[in-house]
Every structure is written in structure tokens, then in C-alpha cells.
Ligand binder design. Structure first.
Ligand code: SF4
Length: 477
């Protein structure tokens, strides 16, 4: 196994459409970049790569798109309304473009990859369309537009991981940061666009991941979240010189251990797991390290095996429940969250009821819940009719949301009366008299500010009361 820990060098996200402010590092040439991100953590992490590439080209950043020379929207394509939100947002830039005809407007991310050059036809305002694997080409594409052309690069790659690019931490609280460990996805869930918009799965070089974690720790960060569409299928085989003994392949459990060994003061989280691939080795590694947080995001999507087969999730109801049993057996205090889709093609009321009973079986801490939204180009769109009426989809979604609300309150109530190790991430949105941070189980905790402690410190908080989303407490020594 490679000694990954002792080879460091210095270096020194509210979710919807948040702008950024960055310190320029490259030879500032006065051009201003404005970038906003939509969708998943992977997209927010990619925007940090984009910022790094352009700052190295001399760009500075601005939080005000009205003073920008280049405006980028990093788009999401997971559901129809995510794309509609981007189209509406683009309209808001028309006035800025009218005032500054030289303004470069670009779309990045999954919607850009899905629509490709069609985006230019559909949205006249857009000058440049760039897919998730083509961000290194941004400086060149911007120059093309500044020369009066439109520009597109939506080539997907089997190698690109941006491992050598140090992300610029956007909207960072200086405490927690994302580290992308792999790109793309080889699963072909029939409802999902990701394999088409992010390409084939490739794992990033483990050396660069551990270095990034070490650098973040040296820079004062105390939490990293390892990101991938399916982190459990992470595998990296170190390259060796000709004739040298091949090195052992590093799987996700190995990588978790290596990052956990950076420092016991560095908390480790990760997302997203896949029920088919999550191993007992990963669970035992989590149990072995206090600084690997006891929280797993394990999308179930449906509780019925026939629907799971139509979704091409490659596991059935019993397999998923056995994985949950394993989590609870190896880490009884581990929190589990999930993703649920209601109203998938041909789903019957009985099969919907199995999703509700799965929720009763697991009692998730929280869940992302959506009605099925057919995505063009996916297997489901090609093979199955989207036959569940919208009102039925919505009624089933309401039933799932109501059940989750009850379970979230039930789960969080268990934390009342107990002491939790909390990493102070900042001030509560409600009052600057309160700190906020999350416990090991990823539950948000709010407690009165204590001048002995600052953002980035770990404190012990006694849970005193709760809502279905927040634990309220006080610092206890
Ligand atoms: S695992 Fe399935 S749902 Fe998740 S990104 Fe891959 S194809 Fe999409």
C-alpha cells in the first residue's frame, strides 16, 4: 500500500443559485467572473474547479453579475423543474447583456451536456456551452466568444478527474469542504440522466485526495465530505514503473481509512452510497474511526422489488433491508437518509405501499423525496410509458413526505437528553446569538454562542429540545 500521508504540498455553498466572492491568485487581468451553481454537491464542487481554472487565467470574481465580464450558470438536469429554473434565470441576464453586449453568458454542467449545441438554438442569450469534463477548455472557449463566435465543448472523458487542480473554496465557512473522489457513473438507473451527462465512472488518484484533505486540515478546515455519484465503487490502482510489482488496488474502505488517518481532528463524511455496493468492510472502517461520521446517505428510490427492477437499481427489497440491518448491527447509532421517487412507471398502489412500509422499517433521519419526472434520453423514457397521473404521483409524494416528517421527529427526539460532539460551522440563520453545527449523525444543532469557543471548534452540546429538522441545546463541559 502506498504511503499517502507524508507527501503533502501547501495550498493554500444554501443551495440554489448562490453567487461567489474569491480572492484572485492569478495575474489579474481585470476580467470579472460571476458563477452560480444549481443541483447536487458535485456541481458545487465543480464550480470550485471552474473558479480555480479561470483565476489562474487572471480572472477575478464578483458576487454581482451586473459588473461581470463572464457569467456562468452551472446547471442541473435531474428533473424538468431543475432545467426550467435555469431557463428562467437566464432571462434575468438579458438586461445585463443588453447593457454590456460584450458580456459572455455560459452554461456548464448536466443540462449543458444533455442539450449540447441545441442550447444555443433554444437560448439565444447563451454564448458558450460546456460539459462537466471540458472545464480545462474554458479559457480557450471564452477567447473564442470574445472573438465574436459561439463556443461548445461537451466531450465526455474516461480519464478526466481534475485531480491536479486545487479547487477554490466557494462560499466557504472555512470549516467544511467537499472533495470529489470520482466522476461519472456506471450504473444505468433507468430514470437517471447522470450517466449521459457525466459519462463513465473513473476514480481519482488516491494520493491527490489525501493531499487535498491534508491541505484543507492545514488550512484550518475540520470536516471534509468525499463526493461521488456512487462512492462505494471507488477503486484506484496506483501506477507503477515498468517491471515494478503492481500496487494493491485502493477501494472505498481503504480510501476512507487513509483520509481518516490525516488527523483525528478532521471529520470525514461522504455521499452518495449505493445499496448494491456498500460493503461490510466500509461499515467496519467507519466503526473503527471516531472521526468518520456515523451517517450514510443510502438512496432506496422504491420499496418494491418489481419497481426497483424497472428502475434498474440492481438490488431488491430484501437486499436493501439486509444492508440496513448490517449498518444497524455494526453501528447502532448510525443515521441513515435516503432518496425516494413516487409514481414511477406502472407503480401500483400496493407497490407504493411497500415504499411506505420500507420507510417504517428503516425510519430514516431525513429523505429527499420526489415524484417521478421523465428525463429525455433515459432508459425509462425509451422503454416505459410515464403512465401514473400527476395527481396520483403528487398524492403518493404527500404520503411519503408526511411519513418522513413523523420519522424525522421521532429520530431527532432520540437525541434530546444526550450530549453530542458538534463542530461549530457558524451562526444560526435565525439569530447571531446562536451557533450552529452538526452532530456525528449530520443533524443540525443550534445552541447559544459561548465566547470561549469559535467557529471551527468542537464542543459538547446537550440536546434539550427539537423540531423535526433541528436539535436545540446548550454547551456542556
Ligand atoms: S447510481 Fe443511478 S441514480 Fe445515482 S447517479 Fe448513477 S445512474 Fe443516477
Amino acid at each position: 500500500m502506498l504511503d499517502l500521508l507524508h507527501t503533502t504540498k501547501t495550498h493554500d455553498e444554501a443551495r440554489q443559485g448562490e453567487a461567489v466572492e474569491l480572492a484572485p491568485t492569478g495575474k489579474a487581468d481585470g476580467r470579472k467572473l460571476y458563477i452560480e451553481s444549481y443541483g447536487c454537491q458535485m456541481n458545487f464542487s465543480d464550480s470550485e474547479i471552474v473558479a480555480s481554472i479561470l483565476i489562474d487565467q487572471g480572472f477575478e470574481t464578483t458576487k454581482d453579475y451586473k459588473e461581470a465580464d463572464v457569467v456562468f450558470i452551472n446547471t442541473c438536469s435531474i428533473r424538468e423543474n431543475a432545467e426550467q429554473r435555469v431557463r428562467n434565470r437566464l432571462k434575468e441576464f438579458e438586461a445585463a447583456k443588453a447593457k454590456n453586449p460584450g458580456l459572455v453568458v455560459g452554461v456548464l454542467g448536466c443540462m449543458a451536456e444533455r442539450l449540447k449545441s441545441k442550447f444555443l438554438e433554444e437560448e439565444k442569450l447563451v454564448d458558450v456551452v460546456v460539459g462537466p469534463d471540458a472545464y480545462r477548455d474554458l479559457p480557450n472557449l471564452i477567447n473564442k466568444v470574445e472573438d465574436g463566435n459561439k463556443a461548445v465543448n461537451v466531450l465526455l472523458s474516461r480519464e478526466e478527474t481534475y485531480a491536479d487542480i486545487s479547487p477554490i473554496r466557494l462560499n466557504s465557512n472555512g470549516v467544511s469542504a467537499f472533495i470529489s473522489i470520482m466522476r461519472g457513473c456506471d450504473n444505468m438507473c433507468s430514470f437517471c440522466v447522470v450517466p449521459f451527462t457525466r459519462g463513465r465512472e473513473r476514480s481519482r488518484d488516491a494520493v491527490s485526495i489525501v493531499k487535498e484533505a491534508q491541505d484543507l486540515f492545514n488550512a484550518g478546515y475540520r470536516e471534509v465530505t468525499l463526493l461521488g455519484q456512487n462512492v462505494d465503487s471507488y477503486k484506484y490502482t496506483p501506477k507503477v514503473e515498468e517491471g515494478q510489482e503492481p500496487e494493491a488496488t485502493i477501494n472505498f474502505a481503504n480510501l476512507l481509512e487513509l483520509v481518516a488517518q490525516v488527523s483525528p481532528e478532521l471529520r470525514i463524511r461522504f455521499s452518495t452510497s449505493h445499496p448494491k455496493d456498500i460493503t461490510d468492510e466500509v461499515l467496519y472502517t467507519m466503526a473503527k474511526y471516531e472521526n468518520i461520521c456515523k451517517y450514510i446517505h443510502l438512496p432506496v428510490q422504491s420499496g418494491n422489488s418489481r419497481v426497483l427492477e424497472l428502475m434498474n437499481r440492481t438490488y431488491d427489497r430484501e437486499w436493501y433491508m439486509e444492508r440496513v440491518d448490517a449498518i444497524r448491527r455494526i453501528m447502532p447509532d448510525c443515521a441513515i437518509s435516503t432518496d425516494v421517487i413516487t409514481g414511477f412507471c406502472t407503480e401500483t398502489e400496493e407497490e407504493h405501499a411497500e415504499t411506505l412500509s420500507m420507510m417504517d422499517y428503516v425510519k430514516y433521519d431525513f429523505a429527499y423525496m420526489f415524484a417521478y419526472s421523465e428525463r429525455p434520453g433515459t432508459l425509462a423514457a425509451k422503454r416505459y410509458e410515464d403512465d401514473i397521473p400527476e395527481d396520483v404521483k403528487k398524492r403518493r409524494l404527500t404520503e411519503v413526505v408526511n411519513k418522513q416528517q413523523i420519522h424525522s421527529l421521532e429520530r431527532i427526539s432520540q437525541y434530546v437528553g444526550k450530549v453530542h460532539k458538534v463542530l461549530i460551522e457558524g451562526f444560526s440563520k435565525r439569530s447571531d446569538q446562536d451557533y450552529c453545527g452538526r452532530n456525528d449523525q449530520n443533524t443540525m444543532v443550534v445552541f447559544p454562542v459561548d465566547p470561549r469557543y469559535k467557529v471551527g471548534d468542537y464542543v459538547n452540546v446537550l440536546g434539550e429540545s427539537c423540531t423535526s429538522a433541528t436539535l436545540i441545546g446548550k454547551i456542556v463541559d
